[in-house]
Ligand binder design. Structure first.
Ligand SMILES: *Cc1c(COP(=O)(O)O)cnc(C)c1O
Length: 357
């Protein structure tokens, strides 16, 4: 794929204090764009100065949310190399999302090339502070003009990038989780396995209500019986009960996280039994009461691994591990971040080098 590059003539001032970056608040100097339509192919791959879109008010995306996204990071190593973690997995998952949303897929190699090229051009924006990284947001949206409900014939594929601070700037802080027993996130046949914006729009209400009650995130149960644990906000979730590790299977209602998949591989390497399947929330609470719920943690690109200290379901709370991060959670966090920042060897070929820093 040929990418035409137009460099920005007004480079922005980069943040002086990387400890105040936060997440997804400021963006680099450039963005990647590619267009689909009116001819039925992706064309005009280009990198241009970061800036607003001009879109017709009747664009399909505004009305019927034909849209999807991805999320991954670029890391700066101690010896000043810039690298990505498993972008091939994000590319493949984006193709799966495309299929469900009737959006023409982007070839895996083109996706990776687009991400690498943007990161290289904006490499000075990849933070230097330990734990901080460049968050990369690829997304596709429908641009047909008109109010009929149909698959668009025109799309924009865009990639923007946001230098983001260390998720745990003040040390890893275990969170309280609200088990949602009214609203649902996904159901068989719907879009739970895709990263489409609509899933998030539908989740905001439950998230807000949980936050008002002092919880960091919502744990979603299955959408049919509200009986089995599925995932948390924008993370997959794992439970260590009596030595075994459980997580929901990716059978259509759960987002197949790259961090989830990598974590399962590492846990199995370390000899743990990892069971991907149905786990009833009632059994989790019971294990909590009996002192068998040893560790609970979420996994996702943003936090990597996020320990849970409390689960609240239907008026009852169980506490996990005295409010401290458990040993398996800690080991997984140290190993994953070690590989991502190049402190540990990349035995599994998960790292894709981009350039010298
Ligand atoms: C993105 C996402 C995850 C985590 O996926 P990663 O690839 O590990 O970042 C989990 N659940 C939902 C709903 C998500 O959108």
């Amino acid at each position: 794929m040929e990418i035409k590059i137009t460099r920005s003539k007004n480079l922005k001032a980069r943040p002086a204090d990387e400890s105040k970056l936060g997440f997804g608040k400021i963006f680099t100097d450039h963005m990647f764009l590619m267009t689909y339509g009116p001819e039925p192919e992706w064309h005009d791959a280009r990198i241009v100065p970061y800036g607003p879109f001009e879109l017709d008010p009747a664009c399909v995306v505004f009305h019927y949310a034909q849209e999807l996204f991805e999320g991954l990071k670029a890391y700066r190593t101690a010896d000043n190399k810039i690298q990505l973690f498993r972008p091939d997995c994000n590319a493949a998952r984006m193709q799966d999302s495309c299929d469900r949303m009737c959006i023409p897929p982007i070839p895996v190699d083109d996706f990776i090339q687009a991400v690498k090229t943007l990161v290289e051009i904006d490499k000075d924006w990849v933070p230097h502070t330990d734990g901080a990284s460049l968050y990369i947001r690829p997304y596709i949206f429908a641009t047909d003009v008109g109010l009929g409900v149909h698959a668009s014939k025109n799309y924009i594929f865009a990639i923007i990038a946001a230098p983001s601070g260390a998720y745990y700037a003040e040390g890893i802080n275990p969170v309280r989780i609200y088990v949602e027993d009214e609203y649902i996130r996904a159901a068989p046949g719907l879009t739970g396995h895709t990263k489409c914006g609509g899933n998030y729009a539908a989740s905001i209400k439950a998230g807000d209500l949980a936050e008002e009650k002092g919880f960091a995130q919502v744990l979603w149960l299955d959408g049919v019986e509200k009986k089995y644990v599925e995932e948390v906000g924008s993370m997959n979730i794992f439970f260590k009960i009596d030595g075994k590790i459980y997580t929901a299977a990716c059978t259509g209602t759960v987002l197949p996280g790259v961090t989830r998949r990598s974590g399962i591989e590492l846990l199995k390497d370390w000899g743990y039994d990892v069971i991907e399947g149905k786990l009833a929330i009632a059994d989790v609470m019971e294990a909590g009461r009996n002192g068998k719920l040893e560790e609970v943690f979420g996994t996702g690109t943003a936090a990597v691994v996020s320990p849970v200290k409390e689960l609240y379901w239907k008026g009852e709370s169980v506490n996990i591990g005295d409010g401290k991060i458990g040993p398996v959670t800690q080991k997984l966090y140290d190993t994953m971040t070690g590989i991502q920042w190049g402190r540990l060897p990349d035995d599994k070929n998960w790292i894709f080098p981009v350039c010298e820093g």
